[in-house]
Design a protein around this ligand. Structure first.
Ligand code: G
Ligand code: G
Ligand code: MN
Ligand code: NA
Length: 256
């Protein structure tokens, strides 16, 4: 029970932060967006990873206020970056939302309200969802996704290939980007099976008119190979680790 109380307090007192990891166009190397990743700095000075506290947040229901907070924080940060320079004008920020958020919350209404209050266009936001959001309630998620598209948001399927892939939904739902999980990308140059999987996902995405992001790119050689295979975007330590908002803005100014 203790960790729930602490998690709630962390959100309220600013101990929860978003860091931002650049996602680059593999053809040009330019930053096109940032994925926001939650970081919890506890009072004892520890930095907890989302893999440690998201499951607790999901079980306790605190994932709903956490998701609301993340959307608000992403929009505020975009507004700050837009005031700092012109570099962020066409840049999107991606927010990870748990399947539970889509079941329990009116995400389109929330997003519309937060964006308008912060003066940010819907085309500046990407929502990353996982296959579990679709499995939970395909009919509802279909309507929600269409409403999000109407706002102008980009929709990305996170961790693609690691969940219960039902290929029928891929063509029915308005998914813009498939994110190829790091477990297939990292190490693929030394593993023919991984290359085969990545190729298959890329050709599936192409056939369905979707763009692709490869996660976990740590070397130039990997970026070049993925570009040659037709992958659209790349994300990983080659470009940058996730950065606090000011450093992310600086990265953008220097790189683009
Ligand atoms: O930051 P890190 O790479 O450790 O993230 C681990 C996982 O936690 C990633 O899969 C990411 O999608 C997820 N995650 C990060 N931030 C958030 C968040 O704000 N909300 C949700 N639901 N998941 C997040
Ligand atoms: O897929 P998810 O949204 O869960 O992925 C984000 C997580 O992956 C974050 O925890 C981030 O720190 C981590 N990450 C991002 N890029 C790389 C990388 O190039 N290599 C490794 N090992 N981890 C990465
Ligand atoms: Mn993600
Ligand atoms: Na992922």
């Amino acid at each position: 029970f203790g960790i729930e109380t602490e998690l709630r307090r962390a959100i309220e007192t600013g101990r929860m932060r978003l860091h931002y990891q650049p996602i680059c166009d593999l053809a040009t190397g330019k930053v096109t967006s940032f994925e926001s990743l939650a970081r919890w700095r506890t009072e004892d000075g520890l930095e907890l990873s989302p893999t440690e506290f998201i499951p607790v947040a999901e079980e306790s229901g605190l994932i709903v206020p956490l998701g609301r907070w993340a959307i608000e924080e992403a929009a505020k940060t975009l507004a700050i970056w837009d005031r700092m320079s012109d570099a962020s004008r066409d840049i999107r920020v991606a927010v990870n939302l748990s399947a539970i958020q889509f079941q329990r919350d009116d995400v389109p209404a929330l997003l519309r309200e937060v964006l308008s209050r912060n003066g940010i266009g819907g085309n500046r936001i990407t929502l990353e969802l996982t296959e579990s959001a679709i499995v939970a309630d395909p009919d509802r998620i279909s309507q929600v996704m269409q409403a999000l598209k109407d706002i102008g948001a980009t929709l990305a399927m996170d961790d693609f290939g690691t969940g219960y892939s039902n290929l029928a939904y891929l063509q029915r739902l308005p998914i813009d980007v498939l994110k190829i999980d790091r477990s297939f990308v990292a190490g693929m140059l030394a593993d023919p099976d991984k290359i085969a999987i990545v190729r298959a996902v890329l050709s599936l995405a192409q056939a369905l008119g979707m763009r692709t992001t490869a996660e976990g790119i740590e070397t130039k050689e990997l970026a070049q190979t993925l570009a040659a295979l037709g992958c659209t975007y790349g994300q990983g330590f080659l470009y940058s680790r996730p950065l606090p908002p000011d450093e992310a803005h600086q990265f953008l100014v220097e790189r683009n």
